[in-house]
Design a protein around this ligand. Sequence first.
Ligand code: 5AD
Ligand code: SF4
Length: 347
Amino acid sequence: MNALETLLAAQPLTLGAAMELIIRQAEWQDEIIAHATALRQRHYGNKVYIRGLIEISSYCRKDCRYCGLRRSNDRASRYRLSRSDIYQQAKQGYELGIRTFVLQGGEDSYFSDERLEDIISTLKATYPEAAITLSLGERSAVSLKRLRLAGADRYLLRHETADESHYETLHPKPMTLRTRLDCLQTLKALGYQTGAGMMVGSPGQSVTTLAKDLLLLQSLSPEMVGIGPYIHAEDTPFGDAPDGDVDLTLYLLSLVRILLPRALIPATTALSTLDETARIRSLLSSANVLMPNLTPPMHRADYAIYADKKATNLESIEGLADLKDQLARHGLQLDMSRGDFKGSSNV
Ligand code: 5AD
Ligand code: SF4
């Protein structure tokens, strides 16, 4: 069997097969995308789940070389939302029908376990039927357990790359792939619906590192997978590096849909930032989640992880009605329910 036949027969990929899938993109992409589309349709129909994204802090103690919010970037604008800002944004989202709140931020020690427990349990008490997703970087097992007990349902933590030396290219010491993977395992063990993923075209990425990413996703089997193109970020060590490729991103999203048919996969803002049509193209094939921005408008521009981050109406909660119309024109249905992962395993 060649790698395409292996994939379509739902057989585990070897590193060689994963590499072959990436190398033969031009030849195989139409078939892969068609297959991904059929699987997405089978498991989720034409539904696109909506999450309200609240970017709670642009402070970060980490120094990832690709990210505009890295600690060493003294040109980044920093802000953090107060508890009442967060509640106010959640209320606005809830009234518009949002049933998943994503609290995302840099690794900001201001958001201690105590503060987060308070925020999470208050949101849960106010909106018991809403899901809470956290995207707050690496935290200790003790901390993750406390936040889970406070009511957090899901956690997004991209692995960024499954290759150790590539991980070190992207992240200075003391960050290690081991710590990241341990954190992901802890999240799964604590019963979080867990999201992993990577950027496409990050500096130092190769066919081999991408193939390792696919194998990692295959074995970890996360409930959610975030994949977006790398976009250069000013005032970072990789500020001059070229942006990632949109078609390769779309292809990888389809490969992941086939590997993990029930995964919840967002059409990322990074993808629409590079190509206006790519969001719809990804939703028509493999992706089934959108995360419009619920951050207070005055702070949106400050959450600048990369250059020219798209922030039009269609990326924002204010544009929900327009988004609904745009999706409907393409036969897609905006779905405001919690949109949990379906099933007990990802096969
Ligand atoms: N381009 C694209 N994505 C980025 N991220 C961070 N910096 C960039 C960038 N320059 C992604 C990382 C991180 C997520 C929050 O944003 O994958 O996990
Ligand atoms: Fe901080 Fe996340 Fe940016 Fe890394 S990617 S510097 S952890 S905000």
